[in-house]
Unconditional design. Structure first.
Length: 113
């Protein structure tokens, strides 16, 4: 059972190393419940509505620079820009956007049931 030079021993060893037992299969992401998925979807829709309403209000006031946007929203310019342009869902964005909308006097869209 020596090394034959054709790589067969090494290939078998690597193949055996890469196989995981059935109880240790890796999962890419933990599953979320259907209720939590519905809540996140509703949050995503609400963030889109709020960002659009806030963006319209800022445009109507001719507030376009990051510094001016930060001042209008009451937060650092980089944080304000990230809040208004981020594409990834984050816990707490809806609440923060509602506070910003209220600060600007923007009507908050009604959340769908």
């Amino acid at each position: 059972m020596g090394y034959r030079g054709d790589g067969s021993l090494r290939r078998g060893h690597i193949r055996a190393m890469s196989m995981l037992p059935n109880d240790q299969t890796p999962s890419a992401k933990p599953k979320i419940s259907p209720e939590q998925r519905r809540r996140r979807t509703a949050d995503r829709l609400m963030t889109i509505k709020l960002r659009m309403a806030i963006g319209r209000e800022l445009d109507d006031r001719s507030i376009t620079t990051p510094a001016a946007i930060g001042a209008a929203l009451g937060m650092p310019p980089a944080e304000a820009t990230k809040l208004l342009t981020r594409h990834q869902w984050r816990e707490g964005d809806v609440a923060l956007l509602k506070v910003v909308a209220a600060r600007l006097g923007v009507q908050v869209p009604i959340q769908d049931p």
